[in-house]
Design a protein around this ligand. Structure first.
Ligand code: FES
Length: 111
């Protein structure tokens, strides 16, 4: 699949240890800003029962699902033991001079 680089907002729009929801190609993607400033993006849907991850609490590089507290690694998308599963992750690029956040997302078109 081809990917495109898409502007989704600015760093300033995401509070430290907070999140921001964006919609890309009919999919909800949650952007998280870690306490060290790193920005990571995952599908905004918990693999357990669809909890809204952008409403979860960020701790380190994990987000705690707001429904049943599953922990999900925002870098790998992996659910932490003893639970299992994963969410899609998306590459994030930040323009440090302009403070802009870009996502690399699939166009759905075979390359
Ligand atoms: S829906 Fe996320 S832990 Fe249950």
């Amino acid at each position: 699949m081809e990917t495109v680089k898409m502007l989704v907002g600015s760093v300033a729009e995401i509070d430290p240890k907070g999140s921001r929801l964006v919609r890309v190609n009919d999919m909800e993607i949650a952007l998280f800003r870690l306490s060290d400033g790193e920005i990571l993006a995952v599908e905004n849907k918990c693999p357990h029962k669809g909890g809204v991850l952008s409403e979860g609490m960020v701790c380190g590089r994990m987000v705690h699902c707001p429904l049943h507290d599953w922990r999900i690694d925002l870098r790998s998308g992996a659910v932490q033991e003893p639970d299992t599963g994963c969410v899609a992750t998306f590459p994030v690029e930040v323009d440090p001079e302009q403070g802009l956040v870009f996502l690399r997302v699939s166009t759905g078109v075979p390359s």
